[in-house]
Design a protein around this ligand. Structure first.
Ligand SMILES: Cc1cc2nc3c(=O)[nH]c(=O)nc-3n(C[C@H](O)[C@H](O)[C@H](O)COP(=O)(O)OP(=O)(O)OC[C@H]3O[C@@H](n4cnc5c(N)ncnc54)[C@H](O)[C@@H]3O)c2cc1C
Length: 453
């Protein structure tokens, strides 16, 4: 019997398992879904239990099945008849949906196809005979497989260099904003500093302020930009390929994009339609750029891309606006220069963007909301280190992820595909840029399943 091992049961691993169960042919097949922590089919994004943590994509676009776009909508509206395609559903409901979809695929699979869900953490992976691979688990178990899909997802970002060792190791600093129970360890009167001003920082800030509207919360990022509110695209530019061709530079792409926005504005619309159309062309544009252009985009345009691409659900936007209007949440654009301890507080000296005078921010707790670790080389993860050291995987030069071939086959240090090894997850950004949300990941899962089978 062939065995396909999937390392990680967040969205990516579960989407692959579902595709394998649905697509298996006549041969007996065992799909082994291995997960290190938390429940199956949850992962970093959908493991939250808070009903106030909402998806940032409307229900109509969140199906796990690329060939059944309304799959999630049917599930969510079965649970709550008020849900429509335009609703922003709780992320915990989405976790339930993923688990339900996995069980549905399992019960509908042919009799010669088996799914095993196992708790365990892979610490080592080696190539063995005949292109097969062997995984060693932390507890010493060994699993041999014909194919392995790495779906190990997000890892905590390393702390900013200026935060010194004793602070980073103390309870004052939290590396993972989604760590279970984190907020219950923070006093309701303690001033909190969030590093980052993206969707995660907004979620954490509002969660703190719902407990105590008077808590002092400060968010800091280089540009101080907050995610823009979501507006449904009108479909005006659906299918547009304006930016696909002839934009060999980041500057050229920006110019073409702004021209498109001007046309939309002349028609009484705004940038949302241009962004929605651009999203579908992003991988193509990214792949057409040499490393120097990609680097230029990352340095100059990325912050603006992030806040326009990752938008806030309208109810969250309203809550955020109120919190900022009454001064409960403050946002600073600037660069942290140094940090020192002062009694119960850490004091960050910050150089505000575009200003000469430094300011000081005082916080009893500092939470890193800058996103997960983008670069495999910086991940403090034994399995990733071993894969890099043994040349089974290769990190891209820009520190954006792992190098893969067309069907997500992992490229080794020599540039050739490592036999039997595939990758799906946030580190696909290296090759595709726009790759880490459900609408893209579900397509990759289908591609990988076809290649594995
Ligand atoms: C907070 C948040 C909200 C998001 N909201 C949305 C949204 O609304 N809409 C959208 O389209 N996208 C959203 N995304 C993006 C996207 O859906 C996620 O990035 C996606 O879920 C990634 O899933 P993953 O399985 O690759 O990684 P993860 O969710 O990180 O899952 C990886 C799993 O692998 C396990 N694992 C790790 N190492 C090992 C090991 N060595 N052995 C065994 N198991 C291991 C982990 O325990 C974990 O369960 C969100 C992302 C985040 C972080």
């Amino acid at each position: 019997m062939r065995t396909i091992l999937i390392v990680g049961a967040g969205f990516s691993g579960v989407a692959c398992a579902i595709q394998l169960l649905r697509g298996a042919g006549e041969q007996p097949l065992r799909v082994l879904l291995l997960n290190r922590s938390g429940r199956m089919a949850r992962g970093m994004a959908y493991g939250t239990q808070s009903p106030q943590h909402l998806l940032n994509v409307v229900a109509a676009n969140m199906s796990v099945l690329p060939d059944d776009p309304e799959h999630f909508l049917h599930y969510a509206s079965m649970r709550d008849s008020r849900v429509t395609g335009a609703s922003f559903v709780a992320r915990s409901v989405y976790g339930d949906y993923l688990e339900w979809s996995l069980r549905q695929a399992q019960s509908q699979a042919a009799r010669h196809v088996a799914l095993d869900c196992v708790s365990g953490s892979v610490s080592r992976l080696q190539a063995i005979d005949d292109g097969r691979l062997a995984a060693t688990l932390e507890d010493g178990r060994r699993i041999e497989a014909d194919r392995v899909v790495l779906a190990f997802g997000h890892f905590a970002a390393p702390p900013p260099a200026l935060l010194h060792g004793s602070l980073v190791d103390s309870v004052r600093y939290a590396a993972d904003p989604w760590q279970a129970g984190l907020l219950s360890t923070i006093g309701v009167h303690e001033p909190v500093l969030l590093l980052g001003t993206g969707l995660t920082a907004v979620d954490i800030a509002l969660q703190l302020l719902r407990r105590n509207p008077a808590q002092r919360v400060h968010a800091l990022s280089r540009h101080g930009l907050l995610p823009q509110p979501y507006l449904p695209p009108t479909g005006q530019l659906a299918g547009s390929t304006l930016l696909r061709d002839g934009v060999p530079t980041a500057r050229g792409a920006l110019r073409a994009f702004l021209q498109q926005v001007e046309c939309l504005e002349a028609a009484g619309l705004d940038w949302h339609d241009a962004m929605a159309a651009l999203r579908h062309q992003a991988a193509h544009i990214w792949q057409g750029w040499p490393p120097a252009e990609r680097r230029r985009f990352l340095r100059h345009l990325r912050p603006y891309w992030e806040v326009h691409r990752h938008q806030l659900p309208p109810t969250v936007q309203q809550e955020l606006t109120l919190a900022m209007e009454r001064g409960a949440l403050r946002v600073t654009a600037g660069r942290a220069i140094s940090v020192r301890d002062e009694a119960e507080l850490s004091v960050l000296s910050v150089q505000p963007r575009g200003e000469d005078t430094q300011i000081e921010l005082r916080a009893a707790r500092i939470i890193n909301c800058t996103g997960s670790c983008a670069s495999p080389r910086r991940a403090q993860v034994p399995l990733v280190r071993q894969l890099l050291a043994d040349g089974l995987v290769q990190a891209d030069a820009l520190g954006m992820g792992l190098k893969v071939g067309a069907d997500c086959a992992v490229l080794g240090a020599d540039g050739a595909p490592t036999p039997g090894l595939y990758y799906i997850g946030p580190w696909l950004k290296a090759g595709y840029w726009e790759a880490s949300a459900v609408p893209e990941l579900r397509q990759f899962a289908a591609v990988i399943a076809r290649a594995c089978l």
